[in-house]
Write a protein that binds this ligand. Structure first.
Ligand SMILES: CC(=O)N[C@H]1[C@@H](OP(=O)(O)O)O[C@H](CO)[C@@H](O)[C@@H]1O
Length: 517
């Protein structure tokens, strides 16, 4: 995501991205490329812009570099030189007509950003489709649908209606013999999810899933993600504003652009329990593993991809209790996505609730061609195919992930507490330290080991050794000007102590800025 900080530059950067997106489409011989104008995760007041590649996937890394070059060009001459260089380096035929599809979020800035983007697209004479206010994952889905239309791999109809119908039909298939669950309260973070989940719920029908929408004030300024939404619930481990919680009821939160999902509930003693991305990954992995067992398709290589922020108990549970491989990837969904592609069926989730399931093309073809030997086998394969249809494989999608979770809970007849009982999460803590120069921090081993500044990792290791079930790592944030410290230990007091100790080490060792933690 390209961060767009408020100010005079914002419109100009979006205009330039219209030009760059058109070049990307020309490079792909006129395939549709997506541009999503959205709220950024880390600062509610900032916007973000995402370019979406032809199969609905995140933009190729080499083109991310072009985004920065184009955004940072200082004068018109510089910009022209940068663009000319991209055309040359990529061997782009600029006579090809570009095709761009775009969407935006609910904030007042969207109108101005859309106009700026359209000016860039007009300058390139691109063919365009404006999807208006849609979720980021929906736009990823539309791009994939458009570019696979009329092919063997057709992904679906590239409309909101098409998306809702596909998801509704496959969800209904997954829960057809299940007892309906109690209502699900959905916190939409005052974002676009509120508009879209209502349509989806309507397509599914109350008999299959009773959705109660909260935080749907999309037209009130400065409400988006404020004290609500998946990120808030995950980091504060408490109820979002605007959602009065009752013990025994079922709750989930989307984030503002509806790509992250977390669940939570209050137990009878009114204690709050969070079911985050780690829990979703393990639930989904268990479900697929069981379907593969029933279908006698054990040869399929099913695996889970996590980051170092995954709770150590979840990793242990997936490896030891479910008997499945877990691969660690760098922070950021693009890294997880690439690792998940290596499995026949890859489940990936960041702890923050962003993730999806990938079915390798070969796996899809084999499932379609499969000739079942028993009704049980047939049902299991049909469910795997329905699961593939309900999930948005292009990117983590809160609405689609929610249906997956709901289908699994309904199949198992589990309440949220049953799900929570699968393993006990280790107490953990995430802290941020601001230092003079975070670029001096270099990591290896999926960001779990520091190689620079030299000597700091040894000191962290010495600290960690003193704690039962202790684990801690330090890495520079990719999205904020800070170094993140993560720690786990057997009790919440111990984890506070460990995280603080490591944060102080970082501060002392690497020129901390501001008050010492
Ligand atoms: C610890 C943490 O939550 N990190 C987040 C955060 O990345 P950092 O590189 O840690 O700033 O923003 C990313 C983008 O939204 C998200 O993918 C990731 O999970």
């Amino acid at each position: 995501m390209l961060m767009l900080h408020r100010g005079a530059q914002m419109e100009s950067v979006v205009f330039r991205m219209g030009i760059l997106a058109s070049l990307r489409s020309m490079k792909e011989f006129g395939k549709a490329i997506g541009v999503m104008l959205t709220a950024s995760h880390n600062k509610e007041e900032d916007n973000g812009l995402k370019l979406i590649d032809p199969m609905g996937e995140m933009l190729k890394m080499s083109w991310e570099g072009y985004c920065t070059q184009v955004a940072n060009a200082e004068s018109t001459e510089d910009l022209v030189a940068v663009l000319k260089n991209i055309v040359k380096e990529e061997g782009i035929n600029t006579n090809i007509k570009a095709k761009i599809v775009y969407g935006c979020d609910t904030r007042p800035t969207a109108k101005m950003l859309v106009a700026a983007l359209e000016r860039g697209l007009e300058a390139m004479d691109a063919g365009t489709t404006n999807y208006g206010v849609v979720t980021t994952p929906q736009l990823h889905y539309f791009v994939c649908c458009i570019n696979t239309e009329n092919t063997e791999r057709a992904y679906g109809e590239p409309t909101v209606d098409g998306y809702n119908k596909k998801l509704a039909k496959s969800f209904q298939k997954l829960v057809e013999h299940c007892r309906p669950k109690r209502a699900l309260h959905v916190d939409c973070a005052n974002g676009v999810g509120a508009i879209q989940v209502e349509k989806l719920a309507h397509a599914i029908g109350k008999d299959y899933l009773d959705v109660v929408i909260h935080n749907a004030e999309v037209s009130v300024e400065n409400r988006l993600n404020v004290k609500c939404g998946a990120d808030h619930v995950k980091t504060t481990q408490s109820a979002p504003l605007g959602v009065p919680m009752v013990p025994g009821e079922r709750y989930c939160s989307f984030d503002g652009d509806a790509d992250r999902l977390v669940y939570y509930f209050l137990d009878e003693g009114k204690q709050f329990h969070l079911l985050d991305g780690d829990r979703i990954a393990s639930l989904v992995a268990m479900y697929i593993r069981d379907l593969l067992e029933t279908a006698e398709l054990r040869k399929f290589n099913l695996g889970v991809v996590q980051t170092a922020y995954a709770n150590g108990s979840s990793t242990r549970y997936i490896r030891e209790s479910l008997g499945l491989p877990v691969v660690m990837a760098n922070t950021g969904v693009k890294y997880l996505h690439h690792e998940a592609e290596k499995f026949d069926i890859g489940v990936y989730f960041e702890a923050n609730g962003h993730g999806t399931i990938l079915f390798n093309p070969k796996t899809r073809d084999m499932l379609h061609a499969f000739e079942p030997q028993s009704p049980a086998q047939q049902e299991a394969v049909e469910k795997l195919l329905a699961l593939r249809d309900v999930i948005n494989e292009t990117i983590g999608d809160a609405m689609s992930d929610m249906l997956v979770v709901e289908a699994i809970l309904a199949t198992k007849d589990w309440c949220l507490d049953d799900w929570n009982q699968t393993y006990t999460g280790l107490p953990n803590k995430l802290m941020k330290v601001t230092v003079k120069d975070r670029s001096i921090f270099r990591t290896t081993n999926a960001e779990q080991t520091l190689v620079q500044p030299e000597g700091l990792q040894d000191m962290i290791d010495q600290k960690v050794e003193r704690y039962i079930n202790g684990r801690s790592f330090v890495r520079p944030s990719g999205t904020e000007d800070a170094v993140r410290v993560y720690a786990e230990a057997s009790t919440s007091d111990k984890v506070d102590e460990l995280a603080l100790g490591v944060a102080q080490l970082v501060y002392d060792y690497a020129d901390g800025v501001g008050p010492r933690p």
